[in-house]
Every structure is written in structure tokens, then in C-alpha cells.
Design a protein around this ligand. Sequence first.
Ligand code: BDP
Length: 690
Amino acid sequence: MRLAALSAAIVPLASLQAEDGYDLWLRHAPLEGESLARLQAHDGEIVALNPDEPTVALAISELRAGLDGLLGKADRAAQTGSYTAFRFDCDHPAIAPGGAFRITPADRLLSIDAAEPVGCLYASYAILRELGQGADPSTLALDSAPAMPLRMLNHWDNPDGHVERGYAGRSIFDWWHLPERLDQRMIDYARANASVGINGVVVNNVNARAFMLEPRYIAKFARLADAWRPYGIRVYLSARFSAPMDIGGLTTSDPLDPQVAAWWRAKADEIYTAIPDFGGFLVKANSEGQPGPQDYSRTHADGANMLAEGLGDRGTVIWRAFVYSAEDETDRTKQAYAEFVPLDGQFADNVIVQVKNGPLDFQPREPFHPLFGAMPKTKLMFEGQITKEYLGFASHLAYLAPLWKEVLGADTGRGGPVTKSVAQVIAPAGMAGVANTGSDRDWTGSDFDQANWYAFGRLAWNPALSSESIAREWAAQTFTRDPQALGTITAMMQGSREAVVRYMTPLGLAHVMDTGHHYGPGPWVCDLARPDWNPCYYHRADGEGIGFDRTPAGSDALAQYAPDVTAQWADPATVDPRYLLWFHRVRWDRVMPSGRSLWADLVHEYDAGVAAVDALARDWQTLAPHIDAQRHRAVAENLAIQQVEARWWRNASLAYWQSLHGLPLPAGAAPIPESLADYQRRAFPEAPGQ
Ligand code: BDP
């Protein structure tokens, strides 16, 4: 039966060989038909002015290997003809430095120009990306430059191999065996990053261990830096602010103490001796129990500037704005703005302040962070979370480009007569993504989560790309080039994050997940020691209504946005319903624009989310003829988990809201199969990533 179905669809068997996802989007599966014929006609020698320079050599070898894959050549060293088909000039004066490249087609020749070798490497990957989607090499013209200088991954990986908020196995970094042993994965990882333009990697958790600054670790970082340098990737470290005391024998870490500053300067010198192109430090300070300058009544600027001076013009301090304090009782979403805006203009030139996409914490949906646009004299960097701590871990399909695009494209309402979008605000600095990689064979814990790594890099290169086009190019390289199948996959991806929002946190709700591991619903959690760790703090639901009043009558967090932005969100009658309960407290019986009550609208949202996941599972089934069985099954199994868990979110959340107001479910809504107590009893002490 199954064979008959396969042959009926005339699917080439080669593309259906079992795959385990290890090759990511760099599979370079053989082309077919016309696109294959066109590439065969074009193929020839690859030449470069300086072919032995390590990065140029990579640009050539990556292009050759990729072309051979696309051409279906089993023998990768196969003879390629006697004329030049690709010519690299990686020292071209007319191209801007920083990774830009230009590809110009002529008669059976692609000229590739860049100012630096890394631009040529990026060009190789771009050519393969285009050809891999069936582009015609004889007309392939590209002029591309990165939109921002820093395109980074932040690994929350601990030295013992555990990954905080990691859902793809253990850490990919084998610190125990470094520097002597360098896993091949470290090279494959660098290729994957370079192929989407990622050029910086923070290798350890922001909740940092000070001992990672000891000499034995510096040797390990140096080995990685050497391996990644040809791929244009610089190593950065998370630094624990109290390191001078923890490992340096000092009695203080006060940033204004000359001994402390001298300790960090010496530490920086030591690192630069081993890693001449070391990127710099990432610091989480005075946040969630981490030490910082405020322990000495100093400011974030005092702390950051002291470290920046130690690095000098050799590197950058990336200082996180994710701060909120146990003692501060103001709305948690207001605290970063309140602490950082007064410091605008005080940070040294080589300091960047890294701001999460929203003011809370990587929720399925948040409005953009009010700091974007509010610190015009400071370089601000965007921090997104590629790993899906709050969006169903690795088993739920949630393509995150639409989430990031929503923020990058937001108009901050600030920046002059022509106001700036978030993407424009961060352009002088960059984007950081909390990595979702791990030791799992497929790297990211699921096939579709690879798309989030890919999309993050592509958006950091060019935030103007549409999430749809990124999904399509990723899927074409990862799964299949069949146009109809691609249309289905792209549509699935495009709607997937919204589905998660609807069954987890509809209408602007946030932070309603269970405690600690953040797996599954826990809107009933109200008794944690810190108020701002309780879901109840965020949804504020009772018998009358639900939602966080952030208008002037409430916390007035709205006032942190520019007036035009505030105006869009100020009125519960006109606010975009996606942000309704984020900014407003609304009565359960309020009549909504739909004509239904808020309660009925909320039920509708949860149900729409569940239905959307059912549709994802159905759509995926139709793709069986186009996807190799191993990956098809893996995705199908994840979708089955998601179907169950979407219902869990819906039912547990509704049971809790109902326990507050006692209203019946609207007519036609599916009954809730278990009692609230049953949902509350579920416990997952072993959930990953904690
Ligand atoms: C939260 C995570 C926590 C991180 C923190 C951070 O739950 O594990 O340490 O963010 O960004 O989302 O520092």
C-alpha cells in the first residue's frame, strides 16, 4: 500500500532516505530536472585570488562540497571541468567590510566579491541557499550586507553539561575534554552558524560560574576560538561580577575599587594573550540573585564601564537589562526601564545594553520592550530566546520568526521626526539569541526547532526578510523542494506560534505556566515567596474579571512608551486584542467587539488554538510522500504530544478561570474532562531545563 502510494506520487527514492536531522539545512540534497540541468551546465572550477587564506579556503571547500551535493555527485572530489565557474575576490575595495558580498553573473561565471574573506564565506552559503531552492546560476545576482554588526548566540550552558532551559539534551560543549579534544560537532556547529551569518558565541550561561575565568578554562576557550576563527565567529564569555572575590582572592568586587579594576584588566590581558580576537564579556548583574555593582551601591554603568575599561578597544561588554528586584514592588515589567533610562549617556563606547524582546520574560507574546528607543545615547542589542522555555519546549511546533518580526518591526514612536522601529534602534549593535542547541542528534530537540536557529541568524542578517520567505527557504533546504509541500510546510510554520499563544496565553495573558520548570499550565499558583514569580501576579483574575491594569489607574507601565504607542494601547475598547489583558483589567461579562462576553471570547481563543494544532497534525500527515520516514515520524510524534498538551493548557486554564467566576462554558464548547484539582495535582519534578 505504502509503496504504491509512494510510486504514485513519483517521488525520487533518494530524497526519502532516512535522515536524522544532523545535517540541518546544509543537506544540499541533489537537485532534479531543470534546476539540475542548469547547474550541470554551469559547473566548473572555483578559483580565488588568495585560496590559501583559511577562510577563503573554507569558502571554496564549502561551495565545492555543497555544489557536489546539489549535483548528486557521490565522489566529492569529482572532476569539475576545465573552465572557471566561480571566481572569488575576497579583498575587493568596492565592498564594505563586515561580511558584505556581491555576486555578479556573467556568461557561465559567477564573480564573488567581498572586502574580507568572511564575506566570501557568507557568499558561498548564499549561493548554495539560492541554488538549493532551484535558482538559475546564470542569473544569480546578489548584493548583501549584514544589517547589524553583532549576530550572536548566547548559550545558557553550564560547565557540567547541563543546559539551563535546554530541551535538546546536554551541552554541545565538552569542557571536560577540552582543550585536548575538539569534537567534530564544534566544527559542524560553526558551519551552521556561519551559513546564516552568526558571528559571535557566548559559550556559557549568564548565570555564570566564576571558575570559568580560571586559566584552565581560558585554554579551552582558546581551542574553540581557534577552531571557529576561520568561520568568522568570535568567542565571548559570561562573566560573574563577583569573580575578583570568588577566584581572585580580593575582599570586594566593588567596581570603583582600583584593585578590582586592576584584577579585571589583568584577566582581560590574560584572555587576549590566548585569544587575540576575544569578543568580550556578557554580564547578568543584580538580577535573580546574581552579584553586581548595586551590591556596592554603584550603578549598572559603573559596573559595565569598569569591565569595558579592562577590555579597552579589544572587546565589548554586553550588559543585560533583564533586571528586577525582590525588594522592588513596582510592576516587574517597569523595572528595567526605571533602572536604565537614567543611565543613558553614561555607558562607555564599548558597552552594549542587551534588552529582551519584551519587558517581562520571553513570553509567547509581549509588547516590545519600552527601553527600545528610550536610550538614544546607548547602544542597545535585542535579546530573543531561540530555545522555547515558554512555548512548549522542543515538542511544540512554534516557529519564532513571526514573534521576533513583531518586535523588530514595532515602531518605537521615538528617535526623531521620523520615528525608529526596534530594528533601526538596534542596528548599531545587534541581536543575541538564547541558543536551542544540545547534544541531540538533530541539534535542537526537534526538526522544526532547527528553523528557529536558522531564522534567528537570517533575521539578524536582515530583519526586513519576511518570516514567510525564511520559512520557505529553510524548508526547501531541510525537507523538500516540492512546491505544494513547501506551501503546506510554510503555512504550518507561519501559523504555529499564534496557535501556541492562543492555547497558552490568549488575549495578552502572560506568565501563567507552572513554577520552576515552566512546563504546562499553572495559573492557580499564587503563593510563591516572591510575588512577581506568581502567575496570579500577572493575570490578577478573580470573580469579577482578569488582566493587569497597566494604565494610569493601575501600574501605569503604559507611560514608559512614547505617546503614540501609548495611545494605541490605552483604551480597552480599541486596543489590539492581542495585548488586551496585558494592559487592561477586564470584566468577565464585558461585551467584546465580537459581540461575545470576554469569557466567551477567551474560551473561543483556547479552542482556536487547539483546533490549529489539530490542523497542523492533519497537514503534516499529507506530507508523508515528501518527507523521509524517520523525520516524518519524529515530527508527527511531536505534533501528537502538542495536540494533547494544547488541550491540557485549554482545559486546566478554563477550569481555573471557572473556579473563580462560576460561569458555564459557552454553548457548544467541549466539556472539561478533569477537575481543577486533577490538573493542579500534576507535578513534573524531572522536567528538563531547570
Ligand atoms: C528566565 C529563565 C532563567 C534565566 C533568566 C535570564 O527562566 O532561567 O536565567 O530568564 O534571562 O527566562 O537571565
